[in-house]
Write a protein that binds this ligand. Structure first.
Ligand code: NDP
Ligand code: HSE
Length: 440
């Protein structure tokens, strides 16, 4: 049988990783796909740049439109990133009847509804395994492996760069900026690393996971997003003393007639497996009603782990090239006419436990004022801990762990706490999740 001809848009970290793995494992991959996969064209902005992959036998072009317009090419692999140029190229490729594979979570989270609708019309596939959790086959697992379940919630460490930063800060006392530079050197970080540390990249991935888990449209704009840039070493240390680890979690959960879609630093009991996921590794917990909790773990970023997911999509697409489009796995796991427009809950309606850090004057009655304000907002205290004051400070840090309460109650309580004359500085708040197997 003739080889399937593909074109790669972008020869950066993931593009070169994909070329290297496709060449190295070419025979194994063909045995699985049933046909040889041949890269005939690839694009990059700077054709003179030295690259960590061999481009022998591949026609290099500076204009990626040449690839999406090349009639020889059946599958276009988009590895440029961003959602302006990439969107134009992907839509043009689809319009030209080409199947598309992408690792671009921003593109899918923001424009996926439009892209899938166009692909549906043209009867082509759009595959995006590499867009979520790098090398972990989480899309296929949720979309196919867990298809018998009603998914209740997903909680994941889905940004390798942030996890790498938090791990290095905790283990080596390293400085935030230095670790970020190292993540950039290793090729984990996005072109704009603010996407990683401010939680945006994790929210892109969570939006995609929620869509395929719950059968809802992609609703990135409604996700609640908070990154790790305001986390202090003091909180990481206090939380550890109480038996918790700090992680940037993406949580998607069915609750109260809607779906929670939130990314924020989260304290997790240190005995949970997911609390022990370190460095650029990712892990995704998926709770299905039939299977119970499942956990998927692996490299969330980097050239070859991501290439592994891109090539898995290639094999899938090649295997089904001749299948009737109506008999392929639907892009969003659920049939397009069976999606439900379940609302995303505003963060004020979300219920979690909390860690609070207050700086209080060390005098009688202060804690009584604090506990009265919490009680007024129906907030039950789980634990309370008063730390030694730092040298030269006239306040003592007070750490409070609470039971579950709606965010709007906590917002009101914090507003009132900060008005007390005995409470100095802003109250620090970190959400806390136990991630118990029976959490619904
Ligand atoms: P890189 O920045 O390393 O590579 C991007 C490639 O696209 C480069 O070859 C670049 O050309 C080319 N390019 C950039 N801008 C343009 C443009 N405007 N027009 C044409 N070509 C352009 O990115 P990555 O490989 O890291 O990421 C690619 C995609 O994969 C992104 O969507 C990213 O989010 C996603 N991803 C990345 C992971 C990772 O670990 N890096 C993991 C999972 C997903 P040139 O080389 O000449 O500059
Ligand atoms: N910047 C992303 C991360 C790459 O750090 O997880 C993988 O999507």
């Amino acid at each position: 049988m003739k080889p399937v001809k593909i074109g790669i848009l972008g020869l950066g970290t993931v593009g070169c990783g994909t070329v290297n793995v496709l060449v190295r494992n070419g025979q194994e991959i063909s045995r699985r796909a049933g046909r040889e996969i041949k890269i005939v064209q690839a694009s990059a902005r700077d054709l003179d740049k030295k690259r960590p992959c061999s481009t022998d036998g591949i026609k290099l072009v500076a204009d990626p439109r040449e690839i999406v317009r090349n009639p020889e090419i059946e599958i276009v692999v988009e590895l440029i990133g961003g959602h302006d140029v990439a969107l134009e190229l992907v839509l043009e490729a689809i319009a030209n009847g080409k199947h598309v594979i992408t690792a671009n979570k921003a593109l899918i989270a923001i424009h996926g509804n439009e892209i899938f609708a166009q692909a549906q019309k043209k009867g082509v596939m759009v595959a995006f395994e590499a867009a979520v959790a790098g090398g972990i086959p989480i899309i296929k697992s949720v979309r196919e492996g867990l298809a018998g379940n009603r998914i209740e919630w997903i909680a994941g460490i889905i940004n390798g760069t942030s996890n790498f930063i938090l791990s290095e800060m905790r283990d080596k006392g390293a400085d935030f900026a230095d670790v970020l530079k190292e993540a950039q050197r290793l090729g984990y970080a996005e072109t704009d690393p603010a996407f990683d540390v401010e939680g945006v990249d994790a929210a892109h991935k969570l939006t995609i996971l929620a869509a395929i888990a719950f059968g809802i449209p992609l609703k990135f704009k409604q996700a609640y997003i908070e990154g790790i840039s305001r986390i202090t070493r003091m909180d990481v240390q206090y939380a550890e003393e109480l038996g918790y680890r700090l992680k940037l979690l993406g949580i998607a959960r069915r609750a109260g007639g809607g779906v929670e879609l939130r990314v924020h630093p989260t304290l997790i009991p240190e005995r949970r497996l997911i609390a022990n996921v370190e460095g650029a590794m990712n892990a995704v917990l998926v709770k299905g009603d039939a299977v119970g909790p499942t956990m998927f773990y692996g490299a969330g970023a980097g050239a070859e782990p991501t290439a592994s997911a891109v090539i898995a999509d290639l094999v899938d697409v090649v295997r089904t090239l001749t299948a009737d489009p109506n008999h392929r796995v639907p892009h969003q796991a659920f049939q397009p006419d069976a999606l439900t427009d379940t609302p995303i809950l505003p963060i004020e309606e979300v219920e979690t436990s909390y860690y609070l850090r207050l700086h209080a004057l060390d005098r009688p009655g202060v804690l009584a004022d604090v506990t009265r304000i919490l009680a007024d907002q129906q907030i039950s205290i789980e634990a309370i801990l008063q730390k030694e004051p730092s040298i030269g400070e006239d306040t003592v840090p007070v750490i409070i762990l609470t039971q579950r309460v709606k965010e709007k109650n906590m917002n009101e309580a914090i507003k009132r706490l900060e008005k007390l004359s005995s409470i100095k500085r802003q109250v620090a708040r970190i959400r806390l999740e136990h991630l118990n197997a029976d959490w619904k």
